[in-house]
Ligand binder design. Sequence first.
Ligand SMILES: Cc1cc2nc3c(=O)[nH]c(=O)nc-3n(C[C@H](O)[C@H](O)[C@H](O)COP(=O)(O)O)c2cc1C
Length: 225
Amino acid sequence: MSSTLGPTNGSLGGPPPPTLSNPKRIVVGVSGASGAAYALRLIEQLLIRGHEVHLVVSDYGRRLLFDEAGITHLDFANLCPTIADAKAADRLVIHPNKDVGAVIASGSFLHDGMVVVPCSSTSLGAIATSSGSNLLTRAAMVTLKERRPLILCHRETPLNHIDIINYQNLSLAGAIICPTNPGFYLKPKTIEEIVDFMVGKIMDLLRVEHDLKTRWEHSATIQGA
Ligand SMILES: Cc1cc2nc3c(=O)[nH]c(=O)nc-3n(C[C@H](O)[C@H](O)[C@H](O)COP(=O)(O)O)c2cc1C
């Protein structure tokens, strides 16, 4: 599969601007923060749109997938129960988190960006300090060094000062800090709509087309304002 990597942002050190070319190859990391639904919806949407997904789940990410979604086995059938197209299974590659020799640990493996969703403070800190010894954090660090888009969907509140310093360092290194922080201006009625708002934001950052409801189109003015 060809990659759609573009030129780097040069001295700014930021990620290259992703393109809308298809299909893309996206690395998804799931760590042990609340919000399994975001990860599952993102994986589903990428696969049904024909993209290739390389998935790595931390130990606590596995626990979260079980606690929040009842997933006991990491495989296509359990992760993507809504996808009927069997060919999509071929586009989901699941890497063991202990295998720091997996392809996504190498800068020579071309891809179009990595998303860590949800991203725990532990993984955030490990990536920020390049101290990670598992595949998820290694792949994220490699994504940064190769100047590819790295989107970190951190989930914690409130933030401590170390999280804030980590945000700053990661942002300076080119990561996109994208906390799981949904807006409510589209007046969501269901949890699924709230999840889709966030997943649509992530897909925008990946420059992946989608039809999830994320966009503000309201133009009415308040009487008397
Ligand atoms: C049920 C549950 C929910 C958790 N939610 C969060 C969370 O929202 N944010 C966070 O930073 N850590 C959360 N944690 C703690 C992390 O899982 C823990 O710090 C772990 O070390 C993260 O490791 P990992 O980044 O390798 O997955 C949660 C743990 C459990 C068991």
